[in-house]
Every structure is written in structure tokens, then in C-alpha cells.
Ligand binder design. Structure first.
Ligand SMILES: Nc1ncnc2c1ncn2[C@@H]1O[C@H](COP(=O)(O)OP(=O)(O)O)[C@@H](O)[C@H]1O
Ligand SMILES: [Mg+2]
Length: 204
């Protein structure tokens, strides 16, 4: 039996449809990655499971039991805990610095290590090219358009893709509130997941 099941869940905020008929199940011991672009519905899904608010439609089941959480403490009583990590992009840094935030590339011979700025700029330029974005690695995020910021956020995500692939048994992708993929990690690739996130691949 699934430890956690999300069954035909939708969530509206007024006219905004943050989640539309999303279903998935997570078994005991499974590590599942939930991926998606900004606004895809990830936070809304996590908040729903954690009891911050109820779904507009559908249900959340824990150990096969339908739960009607209205407060996080009710979800916590069923063993659900959320650990937050802020992955927001930093306005005062360049596009390349954001992509490598917290995992900067260094060079040198021990014990001398310095930041390899050129390598980070080159790799970011490659990522932006893959995303067909005109974002330049040295541009400050503060001065960027919405679309460019989005490309930076996605490039950040792609860069963390190896972590997701190393840790997760399964990857679920949300796009615009809809589940577009639910794949065993071994049966997909970072390229496919990036395509599903951006919409270059419609569903898999
Ligand atoms: N409290 C809210 N009120 C109105 N709209 C919201 C609220 N929370 C999220 N949304 C909207 O729902 C959609 C999904 O947002 P979110 O779950 O935060 O996406 P993600 O975490 O994947 O970036 C977005 O369009 C967002 O603007
Ligand atoms: Mg979010």
C-alpha cells in the first residue's frame, strides 16, 4: 500500500488553477523528486500535503486513510514534515553566479584553490544556449527581464539535475499545474526531464 497518495487533486486560488487533477503515489522507502518551472505548482502541492490548506478537489491519503488536513500540525501528527530550502535566485549576482550558487567550480593544486570563473561562465553559456535563451552569463539578474530570470532559474535547476538523479528513485514533473511525467529515474535522462520542465517535450 502507498504511504502517501495524492488522488485527483486540484487547487484553485480564485481564478488561478495552481493544480489540475494531479495523482501520484509514493511507497515506503521511495525517494521521489517533484520538479517543475516557476509557477508549475510544486509549492502548492507540498503545502497541500503538509496541511497548509485543503485541496479544492480530490484527496490526500496517508497509509490508505483519507486525510482532511487544515493545519500543518494535523499533517505532522500523521508523520509529514517539511524541510524548507530556499532555491530562489539572488538579484545581486550574475546569471553564472546564480547557476553555480553553493557549488562553485574551483581550480588549482591542493592546498591552493580559487574559483574558476571562466569555467562557470562557459558552462552557464552552454546551459543558456541549450535553453535557447539569450541570457549572458555575466549579466546581473537584477537587470534582467522576466523571461531571462526564468532561464536562470531553469539553468540552476538543470545544474542540480545530477543531484536529483543521484538521490531519487522516481521523478514527477509538473508543468502549469498538470502532471506531465512520473518516471522511474533509471528510465529517463536529465535531457528528457529538462524538456518536460520547459515544455519542449509535452509529456512522457
Ligand atoms: N496563495 C496564492 N494565491 C494566489 N495564487 C497562488 C498562491 N500560491 C500560488 N499561487 C499561484 O499558483 C501557481 C503555482 O504556484 P507554486 O505552487 O508556487 O509554483 P512553484 O512552487 O512550482 O513555483 C502560480 O501561478 C502561483 O502564482
Ligand atoms: Mg515553489
Amino acid at each position: 500500500m502507498a504511504l502517501l497518495e495524492v488522488r485527483n487533486v486540484s487547487k484553485n486560488f480564485g481564478a488561478i488553477r495552481a493544480l489540475m487533477d494531479v495523482s501520484f503515489a509514493i511507497g515506503p522507502g521511495e525517494v521521489v523528486g517533484l520538479m517543475g518551472d516557476n509557477g508549475a505548482g510544486k509549492s502548492t502541492m507540498v503545502k497541500l500535503i503538509a496541511g497548509n490548506f485543503p485541496p479544492s478537489d480530490g484527496e490526500v491519503l496517508v497509509n490508505g486513510e483519507v486525510c482532511h488536513f487544515h493545519k500543518p500540525i494535523e499533517a505532522r501528527a500523521k508523520g509529514i514534515e517539511v524541510v524548507y530550502q530556499d532555491l530562489a535566485i539572488a538579484d545581486n549576482l550574475t546569471a553564472a553566479q546564480n547557476v553555480f550558487l553553493g557549488r562553485e567550480i574551483t581550480k588549482g593544486v591542493w592546498p591552493f584553490r580559487v574559483l574558476d570563473k571562466q569555467a562557470m561562465i562557459d558552462r552557464s553559456a552552454e546551459l543558456f544556449a541549450e535553453l535557447k535563451s539569450e541570457t549572458r552569463p555575466r549579466d546581473l539578474v537584477r537587470k534582467m527581464s522576466g523571461g531571462q530570470r526564468q532561464a536562470v532559474a531553469i539553468a540552476l535547476i538543470s545544474h542540480r539535475m545530477p543531484d536529483v538523479f543521484a538521490v531519487c528513485d522516481r521523478i514527477i514533473v509538473l508543468r502549469r499545474g498538470t502532471k506531465v511525467a512520473d518516471k522511474v529515474t533509471a528510465m529517463t535522462s536529465p535531457e528528457e526531464i529538462t524538456g518536460l520542465i520547459t515544455g519542449a517535450i509535452l509529456a512522457a
